[in-house]
Design a binder for this molecule. Structure first.
Ligand code: SF4
Length: 211
């Protein structure tokens, strides 16, 4: 596994917001979102063998492990790693861009998948691997990062077009610096069945890596 870092923090995004987690952040991403806040994962990092990493995770005090990136599903040993840490009694939140198949991971109990659908402001709006939509379970969630009204309309239309395939929760997250009140009032006005959640770790610590 090629890693950028491991660290203790709280989960800052999505429906598990506020839960203390041990983060395993992998290197490399196949996308290049314009507002990416993890560009430091695109290069470098260091290799760690699975037994060593599993041992580190096993000793973490947190029950939850956040497996993130970069794009963690690019890692050759991603499935083996997730299986082993679930067997070790941990619960795993997998954060993925949605561009790679999630089928190997939805069959592992003890996992929650936080899957993005990239909006136009990312520049990667056609990256979604559409078969993933019907694979996500009610305990998983799909996240749209919304920067402006164009993104908002895109997300609304996407949800309407795929409503028969989606059975998980939907999260709208304002891009950092986007008006939270505008986003909340828009979803209420349109009666969208979505949750609006912000990036709590950035509210607490600002835009720094390792939190
Ligand atoms: S998928 Fe995530 S890590 Fe990759 S470029 Fe987009 S925001 Fe950055």
């Amino acid at each position: 596994m090629r890693l950028t870092e491991t660290f203790h923090s709280i989960q800052g995004e999505g429906t598990l917001i506020g839960i203390p987690m041990f983060f395993v952040r992998t290197n490399r991403c196949n996308l290049r979102c314009k507002w990416c806040d993890s560009t430091y994962t695109f290069e470098g990092g260091s290799e760690k063998e699975i037994p060593e990493l599993v041992s580190e995770v096993r000793e973490a005090k947190e029950d939850w492990i956040c497996f993130t990136g970069g794009e963690p599903l690019l890692q050759r040993d991603a499935e083996e790693f997730v299986v082993k840490i679930v067997e070790a009694g941990k619960k795993v939140l997998i954060e993925t861009s949605g561009s790679l198949p999630v089928n190997k991971f939805t069959s592992i109990s003890g996992t929650v998948i936080d899957m993005d659908v990239k909006t136009p402001s990312s520049g990667e709006e056609n990256s979604i691997h559409l078969p993933n939509l019907s694979l996500l379970r009610p305990s998983d969630y799909i996240k749209f990062v919304i920067q402006d009204d164009n993104d908002y309309q895109y997300a609304k239309n996407f949800l309407n077009s795929h409503k028969d395939e989606i059975k998980c929760e939907i999260v709208f997250q304002p891009a950092w610096g986007t008006d939270l009140k505008w986003l909340v009032e828009s979803t209420l006005s349109d009666d969208l069945q979505v949750r609006v959640l912000t990036q709590m770790h950035k509210l607490i610590w600002g835009e720094i890596s390792g939190v």
